[in-house]
Structure formats: C-alpha cells, structure tokens
Design a protein around this ligand. Structure first.
Ligand SMILES: C[S@@+](CC[C@H](N)C(=O)[O-])C[C@H]1O[C@@H](n2cnc3c(N)ncnc32)[C@H](O)[C@@H]1O
Length: 224
C-alpha cells in the first residue's frame, strides 16, 4: 500500500540521504514511525549494506587462500562501520495534544489520538519484511530515557508532526548525531502543521552550527 504520510519524492530524498550516511558511524532512528512504511525502507537499506559488507569480508577471506578460520580473524573488516540498527519510536496511541504553536488556519486535522496504530501491526510489518535490525519502542517522546536511544546516530528521520514532538525529537537526537550525520524533519513549511517549522527554526537559532537545506517539506539539518 502507498504511504499516505510521505510523498514518493520525499521518500526518495529520505532514502538518498540515508544511503549517504551508510559510511557514517552510528545507528539510524525514526521518531514517529506510524505504520512503519518508511521504517521498512530504511531497515532494508541498512540490512542490504550489512549483507554487502559481510560478502566483502567473505571474498577477502577467500582471496587470502582460505587461511582464515573465521572472516573476523582473517582480515580487517573492509566495512567502515559494524552492522547497525534502525530504532523506531511511536506512542502507538496516535498524536498527543496540539499546543498553541500548532494552531493553523489550514484545518482542524491532526487532533489528539489521530494516526493511531498498534505496535503489533508494526511488529508484524517488520517481521513480514524479514528485518532483524529494527528496534521498536513504544513511548511518548518526552518519556524516552537515555537507554532508549542509541549512543551514536548517523541518520535521523523526525516525523512527529507537532511542535512539542519535533522539539523533543531534536533535543534527543542532536547531542547523539555524528559530526557527518544528517537529521531530516518532516512537514517543514507545511501550512497544516506549522509547529514543525517553528521547532526547526527555534533549534537553528539555538544551534547556528547546523545548516538547513529544504527539499519538498523536508528540513535537512547537518553540521558539515
Ligand atoms: C506522520 S506519522 C509518521 C509517519 C511515518 N514516519 C512514515 O513515514 O510513514 C506521525 C507519528 O508520530 C507519532 N507521534 C507524534 N508525536 C509523538 C510523541 N510526542 N510521542 C510519540 N509518538 C508521537 C504519532 O503517533 C504518529 O504515528
């Protein structure tokens, strides 16, 4: 089924930038996974990369006349980073309440409880996609503790729609983002969800070391 939350062009941009982060150390995260449609694509990208690295080690091992007992003993790992995980987060209770920063003349959508999906549905989707590299966390972003996040992040997709959700996501992810990592925030300049732009603009004022690039309704944030 077509993803009704992210356009095909946005999905292509997300995947292009996520792929660029494959050589960067750290895990991938998605805050606000909803049905897990983008999560499956990101999980597959990471899994494909891990498989390709595994093959490269195997081939190097063969080229050393099979002297190695295990690929790990035989050759230095040619992959720039070890296998990584995709961590995905959602309340699995739909959206929280809007705040004044989310007030929009563009409509009354996105009320509390909208976009409800069960965790079980997403777990099933990840299982059907045969992905073993995805960690699924059910929580309000405000309740996430240190141990709920990877220590280093290479790529982040922040898609919590509302001001408070994006603000918290940026607060959680930025200190863990690798110097060469990328954060993408959805709904930038989306008149229906003005809270997303507000949270991003506030973040940029407080963190001038980040530069902003906008593609479609994606705010792309990076330091380098
Ligand atoms: C637009 S949907 C995400 C779409 C998904 N990224 C995709 O690409 O298909 C937004 C999701 O964020 C979740 N969400 C928003 N604010 C949240 C918060 N503060 N804590 C936890 N989940 C939140 C909602 O439950 C909803 O599932």
């Amino acid at each position: 089924m077509q993803n009704d939350q992210v356009t095909p062009k946005e999905t292509a941009t997300i995947l292009e930038l996520a792929e660029r982060c494959l050589p960067v150390a750290g895990d991938f995260v998605e805050l606000g996974c909803y049905r897990g449609d983008t999560s499956v694509l990101l999980g597959k990208l990471l899994a494909k990369n891990t498989l390709a690295c595994g093959k490269a080690v195997e081939n190097l091992c063969k080229s050393t006349n099979n002297e190695c007992k295990t690929s790990a003993q035989a050759v230095e790992n040619p992959c720039k980073t070890p296998p990584r995980h995709l961590w995905i987060y959602d309340s699995f209770a739909g959206l929280p309440d809007k705040t004044t920063e989310d007030t929009s003349g563009a409509g009354q959508n996105f009320q509390a409880g909208e976009l409800f999906v069960t965790k079980r549905e997403v777990v099933e989707k990840i299982r059907r996609a045969n992905l073993h590299n995805v960690i699924i966390k059910k929580a309000w972003f405000d309740d996430l503790a240190d141990r709920d996040l990877p220590s280093q992040i290479a790529f982040a997709f922040l898609d919590g729609d509302l001001y408070g959700s994006i603000k918290t996501s940026l607060k959680l992810v930025a200190p863990r983002l690798h110097e060469q990592g990328i954060m993408i925030v959805h709904d930038y300049n989306n008149p229906e969800l003005p809270g997303s732009s507000r949270a991003v603009d506030e973040f940029l004022r407080a963190h001038p070391e980040y530069r902003l690039q906008v593609r479609h309704t994606l705010a792309i944030l990076r330091k380098s």
